[in-house]
Design a protein around this ligand. Structure first.
Ligand code: GLU
Ligand code: ZN
Length: 307
């Protein structure tokens, strides 16, 4: 079996919640059950949104939960030179252009729903009074992936997303560029994360193609929802992990992932529960989500007509 490498890549914008535990545990079990390595990367590329102390707290909680990573932790805030080098490759290939549109201007040209950039500045913006963002030229051919959990997923970037930002007007690199550069630098072979990122994956695959980087395999885990059916997020600050009861939280996370740990293990230690989970990991028991945003029939038709 070729060597496998996975990762957990939290953004330090707040404490870990149950949804982050699902992503951490799912990526950990997927790769470690195959004898591979599990890395942790702190995604603090969006420095203004990073909360001081949050990264250290996340690492502390992972340790407390028995999720011990391999190798050094990578911090995106220290990797600006690598992102700049990637942007230079895109520039040389003529794939990026400056855009000075404000969010408001884009909203005015976009017809409801998700914000789709209409390509206003593709042939020059004509403005010099604003710092530009850099956008990547997208193509009409659909991007398709076979997700390990969600199945076939297809998206046409040009009509469903539009040319997207790779460096923001404030000079910060976008999450998409950073994640693609880092997954390659860390030689990640499998990306296991929440399904809220499924619709971002075609953008990341396209960037890999533009940069000549390999595409890892992707598996998108179902998103944890609270009792009201709302998606959990760090913003909503609901249900931060209860550090006092790591085994209880891990037990619930395993059940959420369709695993069936024996009831008595809820009173064991994180280490015992995790070694049970490694031995009994059954990824096929994870439920796919029925609604895949953007993979609707009408979207696919638009792609096929355009391609
Ligand atoms: N940093 C992202 C987040 O916390 C996850 C990125 C990824 O797994 O690709 O939502
Ligand atoms: Zn523009």
């Amino acid at each position: 079996m070729p060597f496998e490498r996975g990762r957990f890549a939290p953004s330090p914008s707040g404490p870990l919640h149950f949804g982050s535990l699902i992503a951490a545990l799912g990526s950990f079990l997927a790769v470690r059950s195959q004898g591979g390595q599990w890395l942790v990367r702190i995604e603090d590329v969006d420095t203004p949104r990073s909360v001081p102390g949050a990264a250290d707290h996340i690492l502390h909680v992972l340790e407390r939960f028995g999720l011990i990573w391999d190798g050094p932790v990578l911090y995106q805030s220290q990797r600006t030179d690598c992102y700049q080098a990637a942007l230079d490759v895109l520039k040389t290939a003529g794939l990026v252009y400056p855009c000075t549109c404000s969010r408001r201007e884009i909203t005015q040209h976009s017809s409801g729903g998700d914000l789709i950039y209409p390509g206003t500045c593709r042939n020059g913006s004509g403005r010099t009074d604003r710092a530009p963002a850099m956008r990547l030229h997208t193509a009409a051919q659909p991007i398709q992936l076979v997700d390990g959990i969600q199945g076939v997923y297809r998206q046409c970037l040009e009509s469903q997303v539009g040319d997207f930002v790779v460096r923001r007007a404030d000079g910060l690199f976008s999450y998409h560029l950073a994640v693609v550069v880092d997954d390659s630098a860390q030689q990640i072979t499998q990306v296991v994360r929440g399904s809220d990122l499924l619709s971002s994956t075609p953008r990341q695959i396209y960037l890999q193609q533009c940069l000549g980087l390999p595409t890892p395999r992707y598996s998108h885990l179902p998103i944890a929802v609270d009792r009201q059916g709302n998606k959990l997020s760090k913003q909503s600050k609901t249900m931060p992990l209860d550090e006092r009861y790591p085994t209880v939280e891990l037990f619930a996370a395993l059940e959420f992932l369709g695993q069936r740990p024996p009831a008595e293990l809820v009173r064991s230690t994180p280490v015992t529960l995790i070694s049970w989970a490694l031995e009994h990991w059954r990824p096929k028991q994870i439920k796919a989500e029925l609604n895949k945003p953007c993979a609707t029939l009408s979207c696919l038709r638009t792609c096929e007509e355009k391609a």
